[in-house]
Design a binder for this molecule. Structure first.
Ligand code: HEC
Length: 404
């Protein structure tokens, strides 16, 4: 497919992914919020019907009164709404984006010759292995004795899951380019979330509906399992969204401590989500736990930002040494960058300068110095070092881009 049509396909798929993702995560946020705000029903007749909690809300000029049943209503209504297409279509469009941006041409964004994953299709297979394997390990963990509430304290399951995820984040950063590692981590978590819906929550709900239709009480285990997975999904949401937007921040994803950043950003996101979950619940201890969770989350983000700062030593990322002038800098750009970053790129398959970034004139290059420094410092550009930028050239160009 020509670069032109690929660009159109990417725009439309990304648009669709964003829209269905908003529908899914929006519904998920709403139902978590709803669950945490339910109050015992005011009318004893409701309680007799099996209603465990209700809520009053006003929105868009109307008054709403949702009610949640302890297990299920005595009889099913004629029309019952289900929520799954939002999740499935988010995964489908997301996987399409993964193929378009990372898998079709793995050397561009997914792989890095300086990292451990094999080149080409084998590297893509390793990424797919993480996505499928992540689900198998996580699902196994959820079905293991470790997840039996009552027998083992809940924090132990959470600690094991967090450790495994941190290990996966580290392994991904060893194997793939910075961008690749972040996106595969997000795709792995996102796949767990959608598989939770497709393989556990929805089948459980189908069994509950079948039981009620047959005039039998639904199995509380199905309700409990569904709740467990949907609680996990709540905490995965913010980390996944962070990885989805990380592509454009090569200064972070390609930093030498990128694995630490990935872990701290993911953990910080989960902690911040925890703060919001607590905020919605009636708090016997006041606002303190809410503020603590939010502060812990923000502290993790701040720690990542401070630790990743480029140091003023050659090894730390900021280059030192003799300065080069504009003419020398432009010569390196012309040799290593303008195959892609020019008005008429000569690199096969490119119809226009990527992201509109042209580096083929002194003025254009000057205007982009900060962005050039970001891309060069972590090694994000040239992608997969296709144009063979040497270490000396990188250091010299970085010096030029960072000079005041
Ligand atoms: C093989 C083609 C190719 C070469 C060679 C290349 N780039 Fe890029 N560059 C890209 C692509 C593709 C993107 C868009 C990445 C993205 O989607 O964020 C990009 C983006 C950029 C950006 C913008 C990043 C942003 O945040 O918008 C800068 C700056 C940049 N490159 C600098 C360089 C420099 C400096 C060199 C030479 C040392 C170079 N590039 C070599 C393909 C290339």
């Amino acid at each position: 497919m020509s670069a032109y049509w690929l660009d159109w396909l990417s725009l439309l798929t990304r648009w669709a992914h964003l829209v269905v993702g908003i529908a899914w995560i929006g519904a998920s946020f709403y139902f978590v919020w709803l669950d945490n705000h339910l109050q015992p029903p005011g009318d004893p007749a409701l309680a007799d019907k099996g209603v465990a909690g209700e809520l009053w809300a006003v929105h868009g000029g109307g008054f709403y009164n949702p009610q949640k049943y302890r297990l299920g209503p005595p009889q099913l209504p004629a029309r019952l709404h289900w929520f799954y297409w939002e999740a499935y279509s988010t995964w489908l469009t997301g996987f399409a984006m993964l193929v378009l941006v990372y898998f079709l041409n793995p050397a561009a964004n997914l792989l890095d010759p300086a990292r451990a994953a094999p080149p080409g299709a084998a590297g893509v297979a390793v990424a797919l292995g993480f996505i499928v394997g992540g689900w198998l390990v996580y699902d196994g963990l959820c079905r293991s004795p470790l997840a039996q509430a009552g027998r083992v304290p809940g924090w132990m399951f959470n600690a094991v899951l967090a450790l495994l995820l941190a290990q996966a984040a580290w392994a991904l950063c060893v194997l793939f380019s910075g961008r690749g590692a972040f996106i595969v981590f997000g795709a792995m978590l996102g796949t767990m979330m959608v598989a939770n819906v497709a393989m556990v929550i929805i089948p459980g709900q189908r069994r509950m509906v079948a039981a009620i239709t047959a005039g039998q009480p639904p199995d509380p285990l199905d309700a409990r399992r569904g709740k467990q997975r949907s609680v996990h999904n709540t905490y995965f949401t913010l980390p996944v969204l962070m990885t989805m937007i990380s592509h454009h921040h090569a200064g972070i994803t390609h930093a030498s401590l990128n694995a630490l950043a990935l872990v701290l950003l993911a953990a910080g996101g989960a902690a911040i989500r925890h703060g919001f979950v607590l905020r919605h619940r009636a708090q016997p201890h006041g606002r303190r736990p809410v503020l603590l969770a939010l502060a812990a989350g923000l502290a993790m983000l701040a720690t990542a930002a401070v630790l990743l700062q480029p140091r003023a030593t050659a090894a730390g990322g900021t280059a030192t040494g003799a300065a080069i002038d504009d003419t020398q800098a432009l010569a390196i750009l012309a040799a290593r960058c303008t195959a892609c970053h020019a008005g008429q790129p000569s690199f096969p398959g490119l119809a226009a300068a990527p992201n509109g970034v042209r580096l083929d004139s002194p003025a254009a290059a000057q205007a982009r110095r900060a962005a050039i420094a970001t891309q060069l410092g972590g090694g994000a550009m040239p992608p997969g070092n296709v144009t063979g930028l040497s270490a000396d050239e990188r250091a010299a160009l970085l010096r030029w881009a960072q000079s005041p």
